[in-house]
Design a protein around this ligand. Structure first.
Ligand code: 13P
Length: 246
């Protein structure tokens, strides 16, 4: 069963006080009837506090593949789990671009998540030059091949995909619904071919300038199972409102 997921990626935003206010506002607005799973990818320093709320799925924005060791500033999966994180983002384009995370390093992270049976959202997506040159589908396929093709059918249950075209992230420029669905349908066909029914059931989220104005069109695309939301997730009420677009 493909799950509907609405995930907030706060990136490096909000103070401890603001994070607490966000949670209070979110709790005041969320209802039990919501058919979507909400997730919150918060800076590591807030995870323990936020995950004291047992109904909230709190995840990390990054992880190191090693179990422990001399990796100053990094955090392991066991450490994330020990403060209540329930999943992690892997391969966000900001990690790939600003921190030079390679496909092979991302594969190590994926393998570590599988070894610890820790759910993850694997992010993929092309830059503008690749899109304009028409190479977006093969670009995304290569990203998937490099880091997730080694999964076994059981491990596929840990996987969620986020398609985030780099040119649409934080730019206000959203991909059209045709562009989004083309890539989502393509990713689904790859996953189905590779992993059979387990692959067909992987949730595929869209990310890139999703807001109240465009969410309905995006979430009604047949192969879109939800969103990974940056800017529009920083206000709890704005974020919650996106759920009414499913
Ligand atoms: P924006 O919604 O701010 O474009 O960010 C998208 C994103 O990068 C989510 O991971």
């Amino acid at each position: 069963m493909r799950k509907k997921i609405l995930a907030a990626n706060w990136k490096m935003n909000l103070s401890a006080t603001e994070a607490q206010e966000w949670l209070t506002q979110f709790k005041s607005g969320v209802s039990d009837q919501q058919l979507v799973e909400f997730r919150l990818y918060a800076p590591n320093v807030f995870i323990q506090h936020l995950s004291e709320d047992e109904e909230m799925h709190v995840g990390a924005q990054n992880v190191h593949p090693a179990d422990f060791g001399a990796f100053t500033g990094e955090t392991s999966i066991s450490q994330l789990k020990s403060v209540g994180a329930q999943s992690v983002l892997i391969g966000h384009s900001e990690r790939r671009t600003y921190f030079h995370e390679s496909d092979s390093f991302l594969k190590e992270k994926v393998d570590a998540c599988c070894a610890h049976f820790f759910p993850f959202i694997f992010c993929c997506g092309e830059d503008l030059g690749t899109r304009n040159g028409g190479g977006h589908l093969s670009f995304v396929k290569k990203q998937l091949e490099a880091a997730i093709f080694q999964l076994n059918p059981q491990e596929v249950s840990l996987l969620t995909i986020a398609y985030e075209p780099i040119w649409a992230i934080g730019t206000g420029q959203t991909a059209t619904t045709d562009q989004i669905n083309e890539v989502h349908a393509y990713i689904r066909s790859i996953l189905t071919e590779k992993f059979g029914e387990n692959g067909a059931n992987v949730s595929i989220l869209y990310g890139g300038s999703v807001n109240q104005g465009n969410a309905q069109g995006i979430f009604s695309c047949p192969d879109v199972d939800g969103g990974l939301i940056g800017g529009a997730s920083l206000n709890a009420f704005d974020f919650l409102e996106l759920a009414s677009s499913f």
